[in-house]
Design a protein around this ligand. Sequence first.
Ligand code: PGA
Length: 249
Amino acid sequence: MVGNWKMHGRISDNATLLTEVAAGASALQKGVRVGVCVPCPYLAQSQALLSGSVVQWGIQDVSAHSGGAFTGEVAAEMAADFGVTYAIVGHSERRAYHRESPELVASKAQRAIEAGLTPIVCVGETLEERQAGTTEQIIGTQLDAVLAILTEEQAAGIVVAYEPVWAIGTGKTARPGQAQDVHAFLRHKLLEKGASVASVPLLYGGSVKPENAEELFGQKDIDGGLIGGASLKSKDFLAICRAAQTVTH
Ligand code: PGA
């Protein structure tokens, strides 16, 4: 279960949120892994407050380069200096607002792996793409670009998040069956890369809330969630984490 704080947080509020999440997560069953992806300036704070807890921390994007004249960019190696586990790459907000191509996202995933981080590769279609019947084509292209440049061993170490763009921050959630269909398609594509890749965790993201979490996580190929808005409230985020415990698949 991974929280994506997006561009939210202030140093004083974060302390409360991180401490509450760490305390709540310690009571979860061992099978439930919890992480929070925070804005870069708060990586040091996350490291200080979460080290020794069961909660891992991550970054929301990394550069496709490992260093050099790239003003404003952050290298995966820099994040690794702060004990980071996860790096979200290819979030739809970056694909849309920063024109990130499938190939650029793939390079970012590869840099993250080389720096010892676990990339959480986001894929998802817009409402227009879904209505045009091109969902599988769009997310297939997004995932293929990543799988094409990774070895089977590297690919087996990634996490994939399906986030329909029309469900992010809109309050609209994909119906559990709708999400499962896409997850089954993604699972099949991963299997094509190799048997070990088929067990990559597949997260669902897009308006996951305590009220809908259990039904979503109950789907066969939904292994967890990438949680935006609800990860900013420890009560909601922890309720979502607890919903994952009740699922047995
Ligand atoms: P949301 O965001 O839960 O606020 O819809 C999910 C995401 O964008 O990762």
